[in-house]
Design a protein around this ligand. Structure first.
Ligand code: JFZ
Length: 408
């Protein structure tokens, strides 16, 4: 887990046949906020039978502009340290060369390239940890969705498919650093068997708590290495356990043709800082196009976060949430050894108030200030300081991390 705690920030990729649909089916919009669950759910939202979904979309999945080197370079430049891509989402389509079903990119689409292989190799080359999202329980193609929508497999055959897929993903793609299962069934025995297999084949892999159904008590989630919080959720308090929040840059996870609800660079940077202040990793999502490209709106935002991380990354990577009672009106605190990083999202001319903590601070300064010019601080009777004085005008949101160094 050490690399994962150090990493703090990764790329989530939702890509598959649903990207061709772009959230629409037969001219109707099923994106999130248009009545659908999200673009990658179009098969379910539009109640599309498996055969029709496959015959409509699979022949169109030919993302000839896909370039793993570009995607991994964008992630790296953004300061991301790991990547998790959908290897099989709920629509059942496999983005890798599998022998367990012919409903995969090699056999069912004209693309015939192993996307998981190309990305895992590029990540290894560029020093980014690689992992896969895998929908182990929901599968609207292979499993039955009721008498009107029979699956292609019986329940037993489906469990065998999952077992075979895991063997392939855990054996054929080198170091698999993250297994991001998504929402197991209520059967803990099934989930534990899947978790145990991951441990056997990839002992260093970090396993997401969604290996288990949310209803399973935490103390029964034997193989969960981190708590995957609700989508886009910041926990209300500091997390003492390893946890991660995943977030979209707009409404939908998968590519959606009409979704223009882009979060600003400021929104994203501040969300990353607040995740850090709560001791939570951020897995930030992109939904690539049917052509295999990232959207300009995505690459621009990721580059902006990368610029911020160049200056402020030390206040995120490898930090923990601070023991300071941190419900400050102005933002949150991350900590590393005897250094606190105040992530200041709101400003008041009277300065940044601050409950004293262990030890007397040596100095406070803006992390972006190469000269580390000390900011004036006021102390209370106990020698704890109460306020860091800041400029009357709030600085640019990209340069608002204040470092506080301690003498003990
Ligand atoms: C799941 C998927 O259904 C969705 O398509 C996407 O892949 C997302 C990242 O994960 O959706 C969920 C699963 C769990 C919660 C919310 C959305 N949850 O626990 O809040």
């Amino acid at each position: 887990m050490e690399w994962w705690r150090e990493a703090r920030y990764g790329m989530f990729i939702h890509w598959g046949l649903y990207s061709v649909a772009g959230g629409e089916w037969k001219g109707k919009d099923y994106g999130k906020e248009q009545g659908g669950a999200s673009a990658e759910w179009v098969m379910n939202s539009a109640k599309v039978p498996g055969k029709e979904y496959r015959e409509t979309l699979a022949p169109q999945f030919n993302p000839t502009q896909f370039d793993a080197e570009k995607w991994v370079s964008v992630a790296k430049a953004s300061g991301m340290k790991y990547m998790v891509i959908t290897s099989k989402h709920h629509d059942g389509f496999c983005l890798f060369d599998t022998k367990a079903t012919d409903y995969n990119v090699m056999e069912a689409s004209p693309f015939k390239r192993d996307i998981i292989k190309e990305l895992s190799e590029e990540c290894a080359k560029q020093g980014i940890k690689f992992g896969v999202y895998y929908s182990q329980f929901k599968d609207w193609y292979h499993r039955s969705r009721g008498k009107d929508n029979p699956g292609t497999l019986t329940n037993e055959e489906y469990l065998k498919l999952v077992e075979d897929n895991l063997e392939e993903l855990l054996s054929n793609y080198g170091e698999m650093s993250v297994l991001w299962f998504d929402t197991g069934g209520s059967d803990v025995i099934e989930a534990n068997a899947q978790g145990a297999r991951v441990r056997e084949l990839q002992p260093n892999a970090v396993i997401c708590s969604r290996l288990y159904n949310r209803g399973v008590p935490a103390n029964q989630k034997k193989y969960a290495d981190f708590n995957s919080l609700r989508d886009r959720e910041l926990p209300p308090e500091r997390m003492t356990e390893d946890a991660e929040t995943c977030m979209t840059m707009r409404h939908n996870w998968g590519y959606d043709r009409t979704d223009d609800a882009w979060k600003s660079e400021k929104d994203i940077i501040e969300f990353l800082a607040l995740c850090g202040a709560r001791g939570v990793n951020l897995l930030l999502n992109v939904g690539p196009t049917p052509e295999g490209t990232l959207l300009p709106e995505e690459t621009e935002r990721l580059a902006a976060v990368g610029e911020w991380m160049k200056v402020n990354g030390e206040s995120i990577y490898g930090t923990t949430c601070s023991p300071v009672d941190f419900d400050f009106w102005w933002g949150g605190i991350t900590q590393k050894d005897k250094t606190l990083y105040l992530h200041v999202l709101e400003w008041k001319p009277e300065g940044i108030d601050f409950n004293g903590v262990v030890g007397k601070p040596i100095k406070a300064y803006f992390l972006a200030d190469a000269e580390r010019n000390a900011l004036p601080v006021k102390y209370d009777a106990k020698g704890h300081f109460t306020t860091v004085e800041v400029p009357k005008e709030a600085p640019d949101f990209r340069n608002t991390v204040i470092v506080v160094e301690y003498d003990c």
